[in-house]
Design a protein around this ligand. Structure first.
Ligand SMILES: [Zn+2]
Length: 273
């Protein structure tokens, strides 16, 4: 093969790259595959210094975005990602937040406008594999920016016709409930996040399970780089053993595939090398 294989992950906010795709980004980088992270928003609706919440007095959107983009660069370095591309949209905030109303919020940008930017990046990098969220924003998460990232990535993949394999991140339902019960028992605080019974991806939809166990430490370091959002990242407060269990595999739903690959695979590049 005379051309370097390329993986592109499309995410909504600084910090989203780690939990669902940090392992594959690190692993495939190590294997000589070019890795590209596209982060759609600047994370303005994150916590400010001292844990100031968005909408509260003293929350400075610009300062929060600056800090989060700095943290993102550190995370990218831990994961060995070759290229970071920022679409630069404004964070919309969680569903129901005041930030949803902002005219420039990513979720309010016409899909075709943002998709055109992503098409240009796909034409530049020619990714063989593209990974993003499912239509619920990732196993039922529902954050408006994640849902929008999904729409934009799907539109760009279709318009460009470039990715040979296209995937959604998955959180297999089996084990999710058990994991949350275990964490609650060990006193982990989930903040605003309360998983419902149908949280996660039905197991039968998962096509691709990738072993990233050698990269758990690097994922943890990358997650820790997003220090300003630490209060919202409950996985950081999990017992170490549980962290290893959760971080050692990354699951995906293969949505389209233009090469020969097994129905159930342990490599996103199966059929491409
Ligand atoms: Zn996010």
């Amino acid at each position: 093969m005379d051309r370097q294989l390329t993986l592109m992950a499309v995410h909504a906010h600084p910090d989203d790259e780690v939990i669902s795709t940090g392992g594959i980004l690190a692993r495939y980088s190590d294997e000589g595959i070019r890795t590209v992270l596209v982060t759609c928003t600047n994370g303005e609706q994150g916590d400010g210094p001292g844990g100031v919440k968005p909408g509260d007095p003293g929350h400075d959107d610009e300062a929060v975005a600056r800090q989060r983009l700095e943290e993102l660069r550190e995370s990218v370095a831990h994961l060995g990602i070759d290229h970071l591309e920022l679409l630069g949209y404004r964070d919309s905030g969680m569903d129901g937040w005041e930030g949803n109303e902002h005219g420039a919020a990513f979720a309010n940008v016409p899909v075709e406008t943002a998709a055109a930017k992503l098409v240009a990046l796909m034409e530049h990098y020619r990714p063989d594999v593209v990974v993003t969220y499912d239509e619920t924003g990732g196993g039922g998460y529902g954050h408006p920016d994640h849902v929008q990232a999904h729409r934009v990535a799907v539109a760009a993949a279709e318009a460009s016709g470039i990715p040979a394999k296209f995937y959604y991140t998955a959180i297999p339902r089996s084990g999710v409930k058990q994991m949350f019960e275990g964490m609650r028992a060990s006193g982990v605080d989930f903040g605003d996040f309360e998983p419902s019974d149908d949280f996660g991806t039905p197991d039968e939809l998962v096509t691709s399970m990738i072993d990233v166990s050698p990269y758990v430490e690097r994922k943890l370091k990358a997650l820790q780089a997003h220090e300003s959002q630490g209060e919202n990242i409950f996985l950081l407060r999990m017992p170490e053993e549980a962290q290893h269990q959760v971080f050692s595999h990354e699951a995906f739903i293969r949505v389209s595939c233009r090469v020969e690959a097994p129905d159930h695979e342990d490599d996103l590049f199966a059929g491409l090398r």
